[in-house]
Design a protein around this ligand. Structure first.
Ligand SMILES: CC(C)(COP(=O)(O)OP(=O)(O)OC[C@H]1O[C@@H](n2cnc3c(N)ncnc32)[C@H](O)[C@@H]1OP(=O)(O)O)[C@@H](O)C(=O)NCCC(=O)NCCS
Length: 140
């Protein structure tokens, strides 16, 4: 696992597009993405957007053939450790497809009203459909 660089942008986009996850804003936050590789093939990624004291965990994806081996968990734990190092007060996420995955890391469902004002700068957040997307939060 390693931090992403700008050279990874195209492969990260491909992985996200294959999983039908949003790509808007990824390029602005790529320095806070972690990637899992095997033999130079990208197997998974997870990203953190930092807006003020709040973080947005996003772009959590593992390539379909490599799921259920703990890669997703390692990527999420790495992002959460990074968020704690940065002394963020909370981390939010938006999900339609993995609502029962994130509680294992301590995330709880919250209403959109609980999203801090600073996070509304996020392109991912602005592009999300309020009717279908669940908001989850982890605080410590
Ligand atoms: C969600 C995802 C990242 C999990 O990655 P992973 O490497 O397969 O997960 P792990 O190996 O760490 O964990 C496996 C566990 O998560 C569960 N799980 C995997 N995907 C899940 C999902 N979409 N929803 C609920 N639970 C899920 C598995 O059933 C397994 O459960 P168990 O521990 O009780 O056996 C991966 O399934 C994925 O890329 N999904 C498509 C993209 C997506 O929906 N991303 C989240 C939106 S931000």
């Amino acid at each position: 696992m390693r931090a992403a660089t700008l050279e990874d942008l195209t492969t990260v986009f491909k992985l996200l597009e294959t999983a039908k996850l949003p790509t808007a804003g990824v390029e602005d936050h790529l320095q806070n993405f972690v990637l899992e590789f095997e033999n130079d093939v990208l197997l998974g990624c997870a990203g953190l957007e930092i807006h003020g004291q709040a973080g947005l965990l996003r772009s959590v994806v593992v390539t379909a053939t490599e799921r259920n081996q703990g890669i997703g968990s390692r990527l999420v734990q790495s992002i959460l450790a990074h968020a704690r190092e940065k002394r963020l007060s909370s981390v939010f996420l938006l999900t339609e497809s993995a609502t029962t995955y994130f509680p294992r890391f301590g995330f709880k469902q919250v209403s959109r009203a609980e999203i801090p004002a600073s996070l509304h700068a996020s392109k991912e957040l602005r592009g999300a459909c309020p009717a279908t997307v669940l908001v989850m939060m982890l605080g410590w």
